[in-house]
Each structure stands twice: as C-alpha cells, then as structure tokens.
Design a protein around this ligand. Structure first.
Ligand code: GAR
Length: 196
C-alpha cells in the first residue's frame, strides 16, 4: 500500500482518448489511487484534450515542428516543463503517435509507459491489428511497456491476449484489442501507485 497517497499522472495522446476514459473511470470507481494531473497532445484537435478538460486536468497541445516522427528536443523540453509544473510522477502514453527522445527519457527514467495494440515484440509501429491479420495470427493482444528510444522496443511490463476470429477486419480486431487495453492499462498504473 502507499499510505493513501495518490500517484500524479500525465497522459499523452494524439487521438480519441478511449484509454484515458478507462483510466478516469478506474479512478472514479476507486480502483486506481491516482490523480489525473495533465493531459497533453501533439494535436490541438485531438479528442483526448476535450476529455482531459472535462476531467479537470491541465490540458495543452504542444505541436512539434515536424508533422510526424520524433518530437524534437525543444518540444520535449516543453512537455517536460508542463509535466513538472503539475508534479507528474508517471507519464502514460495512450495513443501518442510520436517518438519520445532523450530529453524526455532523462527527465522521467523508467517513469514513462506506453500501451501498444499487439503482443510485443510482434507488430511494432502503426496499424498493429492490420499487421496481425496480415501475418495470419490467431491470437494477438496488447502490451504495456516502458518507453525507451526505440519504437515499441522497451521492457515489457504486462500483456493481455485477444483472439483473432475468422472474418475479422482491422477495425473489429482493433476494437476487441481496445477492450483488453481498457482493463490492462489502469491495472498496470495501479501497480505503480501501489509501489510508491
Ligand atoms: C490504442 O489502441 C493504442 O494501443 C494505440 O493507439 C490507440 C489509441 O486509442 N497505440 C499505438 O498504436 C502506438 N503504437 P485511444 O486514443 O482511444 O486510447
């Protein structure tokens, strides 16, 4: 146990934010002793920011100069500055479609985790459900891992398996994987909260 203290979270995402919803839900239900301190994005129009605002977190978009790929050192410093201002202790990448670099990693050593929709080390990068279908997998899933300088290469923390059914499309499979993500990610964050 952690003596009643709550873990201050910073969640970064580029899209819909369904994993953020699952985290908020777990906090609200008392399953996750955490506080949502900040929700940040590289895309001002991302729905995840709207969800963050509704939850009372500090929100913001920090837009890198390059349209995709690495954040770049200046942008990383800006993300770190905001997260530190909010006393964030654990950074959760939930659909954050950018590569985190050395400035960010040095600021939060072993304190940045990512959710990925495959059983890593299989199917790194984007469109992992489509990759699983193309490979003919009968089982896939999701992984929470520590973030390092590679793309989906960091040490694995936990995984959940999901069946692939005949007739699945990338969309139906991704939806099934996401249901598993919504259980796995809050449970992993809770384990960090318990070890404070
Ligand atoms: C999630 O399925 C996550 O695993 C994936 O993006 C989705 C975001 O959904 N991440 C990656 O593919 C990273 N390589 P959400 O915005 O609804 O949480």
């Amino acid at each position: 146990m952690n003596g009643g203290r709550v873990l201050r979270l910073g969640v970064l995402g580029s899209g819909r934010g369904s994993n953020l919803e699952a985290i908020v839900h777990a906090i609200d239900e008392g399953r996750l002793p955490a506080a949502l301190a900040a929700v940040l994005s590289d895309r001002p129009e991302a729905r995840i920011l709207e969800l963050g605002r509704k939850s009372g977190a500090r929100t913001g978009a920090i837009v890198p100069s390059e349209p995709r790929g690495p954040l770049g050192a200046g942008t990383e410093e800006e993300f770190v500055r905001v997260l530190r201002e909010e006393n964030v202790e654990l950074v959760v990448l939930a659909g954050f479609m950018r590569i985190v670099g050395p400035v960010f990693l040095a600021a939060y050593p072993r304190r940045i985790i990512n959710i990925h929709p495959s059983l890593l080390p299989k199917h790194r990068g984007s469109r992992a459900a489509a990759q699983a279908l193309a490979a003919g997998d009968t089982v896939t899933g999701c992984t929470v891992h520590y973030v390092d300088e590679g793309v989906d290469t960091g040490e694995i923390i936990a995984q959940r398996e999901v069946p692939v059914f005949p007739g699945d499309t990338a969309e139906t499979l991704q939806a099934r994987i996401q249901t598993a993500e919504h259980e796995l990610l809050p449970a992993v964050i809770a384990s960090f909260a318990g070890h404070e």
